[in-house]
Structures are given as C-alpha cells and as structure tokens.
Design a protein around this ligand. Structure first.
Ligand code: DGP
Length: 110
C-alpha cells in the first residue's frame, strides 16, 4: 500500500518521532501550525475516523493525553483535530489526529 504515514511508521521515511506505544505512533507535523504540532496515527492503516474502531479510538485518546503532558501542554490546554474527507481538507488518507498547543490558538476553527 502506498501510504505516506504507513511509511513513516515503518521507518522508511524519516520523522521527528515524539511517542510510540503498541497501537499509536506520533511525530511532529512537517508544516507546524502552532509551537507544538504533533500528529498521532494508529499503526494499523485506516483511512479516517469513520473506519476507526473503539479500541483504536481509546488508544488514540490515551496517547493524546500522554503526548500533551510530555509536551507541557497540560496547564494551558491544547486543541485536537481530525480532518476527514474532502470537505474536512484531509490530505493524507491515513487516520491522524492533530495535537496543537504551546500558544493561544485562534477561536476560529473553520
Ligand atoms: P491533514 O491535512 O489533516 O490530512 O494533515 C496532514 C498533515 O500531514 C499536514 O499537516 C502536513 C503533514 N505531513 C504531510 N507530509 C508529511 C511528512 O512527510 N512528514 C510529516 N512529519 N508530516 C507530514
């Protein structure tokens, strides 16, 4: 399968990895939109949130918490986004969660 994030998880494409557990892999976004911008992806390929099972969703949420604490975002907060499909502007078809923080973010989300 020709999937960019599968290749990053497999180590075939370099990344700035920040976290890994049995189900989740996390690395810094190549085009950061905030001082902290981490992408969390399930190791198992799935296209988007519509294909996500409960176990993977739980693992992603746990990993978001772990990375947010590790990155020092606990006190001031952060934002979690998962773009889905064309209208959601999803550009990589491997489910990913953006974790953004480290500064005051815009009130606008659209
Ligand atoms: P989205 O637009 O929600 O599909 O977000 C995809 C994100 O992936 C986008 O913010 C940029 C990031 N990205 C794309 N290619 C690479 C890459 O090769 N390495 C890293 N670290 N991030 C990438």
């Amino acid at each position: 399968m020709d999937c960019l994030f599968c290749k990053i998880i497999a180590g075939e494409i370099p990344c700035d990895k920040v976290y890994e557990d049995e189900k989740v892999f996390a690395f810094r976004d190549i085009n950061p939109q905030a001082p902290v911008h981490v992408l969390l992806v399930p190791k198992k390929h799935m296209r988007n949130i519509l294909e996500c099972d409960g176990e993977t969703a739980a693992a992603l949420v746990r990993a978001v918490g772990a990375v947010a604490k590790r990155e020092g975002l606990e006190a001031d907060g952060f934002r979690v986004i998962s773009n889905c499909g064309r209208n959601g502007c999803q550009s990589v078809e491997h489910l990913h969660v953006h974790l953004l923080g480290g500064a005051q973010l815009s009130e606008k989300m659209s």
